[in-house]
Design a protein around this ligand. Structure first.
Ligand code: CA
Length: 427
């Protein structure tokens, strides 16, 4: 049976991100309370895997009988790809249109399916460590042009390795939570002046994707680039909220710190590599050829359409301000895993590795306000005449992404967050 021929007894709209071909994993608690547990998204429903396990309908050889009753996916992520594939097969079989087990049991269906609009989503995993790469050549070049030297926009190391920094896990939050504008020291207007101190005036979003680590690796044991896919549980959308004026004052010599550690939002449903497999494609040519430990066959990219939508306090109608694609990313996920561990650094189940801002080659595909407004020099004009150089209080930023198959679509849903005014005073 081809992917296209798969059908569920659950009605799913053609533009839904969650047909039977997808089945992303997430953690939710039911409307009206109840413990957080693991589910998959199907159409407009969250399917309660804890209920299916309790009924003996999801007993796999490769995972524990209560693994979906837990409030995070860490244990399941730790089992590895054979277990993920076994669970996916069992769930997909139960949801098929020609399978009566769930389809014809009205009582069980009432117990196991929750309207997605009514459940509360949680972070899919307890994130021990969070790393943010800088893997879009277009983004790195744009930033280099703006802040350093237009003639040498990329630093000499950039084409030789996926550059990254260790981010802050404690402030990674699930979609829907509000973002408080941060205070901080900012670059002085004139070199030599004292820094400005106050709420950031250059708050920004970053369009990124991230992936969760599965089984993890031993300290001292690098993960070979060809084994890296075994470490990737699945992907989410990431918005790495950033304060540019704080960033430009603090980032030398050790890189971003407070400009990035106040909030990172992710989408709640984790799309597995198996669901993404039909959309695997060739990534950008890498020149010069990477060192042997970073060499991949070249088909390590995924064709994922990405969009950024902005709503303002005055105009709640969403306006698309950027469209990009994950396939433009120069360094792929396998290379990121191999590079992250080449020192012997260990990875653990639930670690989050993000791509860095994904900018395409054209100005309407840039993945941050910094680039879209070119550091504020060319503010965006929205449909109602409002202009934006950076985000204002009351603005809502929503990232979405999907892969278009023949007759179906698999996607990530969205990650959304609204900007709140800074605290009026600080102690
Ligand atoms: Ca970033």
């Amino acid at each position: 049976m081809t992917e296209r021929e798969l059908h569920s007894f659950i009605d799913v709209a053609e533009t839904s991100h969650f047909p039977i071909q997808n089945l992303p994993f997430g953690v939710f608690s039911p409307a009206g309370g109840g413990a957080a547990r693991v589910g998959v998204a199907i159409g407009d429903w969250a399917l309660d895997l804890a209920v299916l396990q309790k009924r003996g309908l999801l007993s796999g050889k490769a995972f524990a009988a209560d693994v979906f009753a837990r409030p995070s996916l860490n244990a399941f992520m730790g089992y590895g790809r054979a277990a993920w594939q076994e669970a996916r097969r069992l769930i997909q079989t139960l949801l098929r249109a020609d399978n009566p087990i769930l389809r014809d049991d009205a009582g069980l269906r009432r117990e196991a399916f929750w309207p997605m609009a009514e459940v509360q989503m949680h972070l899919p995993a307890q994130i021990g460590d969070y790393t943010d790469f800088y893997s879009s050549r277009e983004h790195a070049s744009n930033v280099g042009r703006m802040f350093r030297d237009p003639a040498h926009a990329l630093l000499p190391n950039w084409r030789h390795m996926p550059v990254a920094y260790h981010g802050r896990a404690s402030s990674v939050m699930v979609s829907g939570q509000t973002i408080r504008r941060p205070w901080g020291q900012q670059r002085p207007g004139q070199a030599g002046d004292s820094p400005r101190f106050g709420p950031s005036r250059q708050l920004d979003f970053e369009l990124e994707m991230g992936f969760f680590i599965g089984p993890g690796s031993e300290l001292g044991q690098p993960v070979a680039v060809r084994q890296a896919a075994q470490q990737i549980f699945g992907l989410v959308l990431v918005n790495d909220w950033s304060a540019r004026d704080i960033q430009s004052w603090e980032y030398r010599p050790l890189g971003p710190f407070l400009a990035k550690n106040f909030a990172t939002s992710i989408s709640p449903w984790v799309m597995t590599l198996d669901a993404l497999e039909p959309f695997r494609c060739v990534g950008p040519e890498q020149s010069p050829a990477p060192l042997p430990y970073l060499r991949t066959p070249g088909n390590e990219a995924f064709d994922i359409h990405l969009e950024v939508r902005l709503q303002t306090a005055v105009n709640p109608e969403p306006v698309i301000i950027s469209q990009s694609n994950f396939r433009t990313l120069y360094w792929n996920m396998a290379q990121q895993v191999a590079h992250h561990t080449i020192s012997g650094c260990n990875l653990r189940p639930g670690d989050l590795l993000a791509s860095g801002t994904i900018s395409g080659p054209t100005p309407d595909s840039y993945g941050s306000m910094l680039e879209l407004s070119w550091r504020g020099e060319r503010p965006l004009t929205l449909l109602n005449g409002e202009t934006r150089a950076f985000l204002q209080d009351g603005d809502r930023v929503t990232l979405t992404g999907w892969c278009q198959g023949e007759g179906y679509r698999v996607g990530f849903g969205e990650v959304t967050g609204k900007v709140l005014a800074a605290a009026t005073s600080i102690q």
